[in-house]
Design a protein around this ligand. Structure first.
Ligand SMILES: [Cu+2]
Length: 375
């Protein structure tokens, strides 16, 4: 329960969500879990588009104790998303990264890299409730923001990235990360040095690590069901298209995962974020999301988010947009640990008046998906 694992492992979700297969092999505890979504995407408005694509992730980890109080954990996380091609998939109002190294991807979500995480963590327990750890990843997740969306119990049924991704959690694939962490009872403090540049358009490679940026995160887990964090980052040259510009970011979030009935459980995350690029006005975002699982077959989820940006139409200054998403998935068991799911989600967006000629008043979008998930 340390570091990012502590953030993800929040809230006793082991028995509720229970993703993952585990084996003991000698001294090693092996664990794997994953989700693969085949998605048909139809984004409305003249800036939208249609496309089929594969999203998700497969993760494996190996953990062993080394001495009485020491633990080593090795984690690999892979993404199928490079198969969709460098331009990613249509996602209204998403902006960030590039497909060709020359133009920003707008109204499309970039694919994640094949290697989303290859990391190791060495933890040393100081007592039953406190400890220290060192984490290194290439790529890895610096101590910044809430857990990345595909790991958040509140929204990991949705096959798409949030439009607030680049405010809250887009640093989760950083090529080169070193983190030191300290946990004392309910409080954790982590500091990271990492590479500030976003991954480039070659999604199959491992990029040159650098430690040119830093972040710090303070987390509080007052109960096993509640996790709060606030984090800061100073990013060196995050965007390939504006290499001279550095950026500061800040986030705060609250996550709750709890029992909802005998067999049901629910989870929610509320998050705010702010980006301050050098020489430009600050831009904020917030999101509120929740999922409800009345039983093991059904998942219902929703999210509302708002972001502020000048990337949708470069001739305009900062504009606002929001998006509401609602979805449902039904799962059928395939054997004991694997489930086949069929899901549908609908979203409606809204933009400030200057953007309405481009997007229309309230463009609708939808995604239908088939998924394979272990749990
Ligand atoms: Cu991401």
């Amino acid at each position: 329960m340390e570091g990012m694992e502590g953030m993800e492992g929040m809230a006793g979700m082991d028995h509720m969500a229970g993703h993952g297969l585990m084996w003991q092999r000698g001294p090693w505890l092996l664990m794997t879990h994953g989700t693969l979504n085949w998605v048909y995407d139809n984004q409305g408005s003249p800036r939208g588009g249609r496309q089929g694509f594969l999203s998700g992730m497969v993760m494996g980890s190996a953990e062993r104790s080394l001495a009485e109080n020491d633990t080593l954990n090795l984690t690999a996380m892979l993404s199928p998303e490079p198969l969709m091609g460098p331009e990613g998939y249509p996602l209204l109002l998403a902006a960030g990264e590039t497909a060709d190294g020359r133009t920003l991807l707008v109204d499309r979500q970039h694919p994640h890299d094949l290697f989303m995480e290859l990391s190791g963590r060495y933890s040393h327990a100081l007592s039953a409730t406190s400890g220290v750890w060192l984490y290194a990843g290439l790529p890895g997740q610096p101590a910044f923001g809430p857990a990345a969306f595909m790991h958040r119990e509140s929204i990991n049924d949705s096959p798409e990235a949030p439009i607030a991704h680049h405010w809250l959690d887009s640093t989760h694939v950083s090529f080169g990360v070193l983190t030191a962490g300290l946990r004392v009872t309910q409080w954790s403090l982590e500091a990271s040095a990492f590479r500030g540049r976003e991954p480039d358009q070659n999604r199959y490679d491992i990029e040159t690590p650098r430690l040119d940026s830093w972040s710090a995160r303070l987390s509080w887990q007052p109960t096993t069901t509640l996790a709060l964090q606030t984090s800061w980052a100073q990013l060196h040259s995050p965007e390939a298209l504006e290499p001279q510009r550095n950026e500061r970011r800040w986030t705060a979030s609250l996550s709750y995962t709890g029992q909802a009935s005998d067999q049901g459980w629910w989870a929610t995350t509320w998050a705010v974020g702010r980006k301050q690029p050098d020489g430009l006005p600050a831009r904020s975002a917030w999101s509120a999301e929740a999922s409800y699982h009345p039983n093991v077959q059904w998942s219902l989820y929703g999210r509302i988010e708002q972001v502020e940006s000048d990337e949708w139409q470069p001739a305009l200054d900062l504009q606002q947009a929001h998006k509401l998403t609602l979805g449902a998935v039904h799962d059928w068991p395939l054997g004991t640990r694997l489930w086949l799911g069929l899901g549908l989600q609908l979203s409606q967006a809204g933009v400030s008046p200057a953007l309405r000629p481009a997007y229309g008043n309230h463009p609708y979008s939808g995604m239908g998906f088939l998924r394979l998930r272990s749990r």
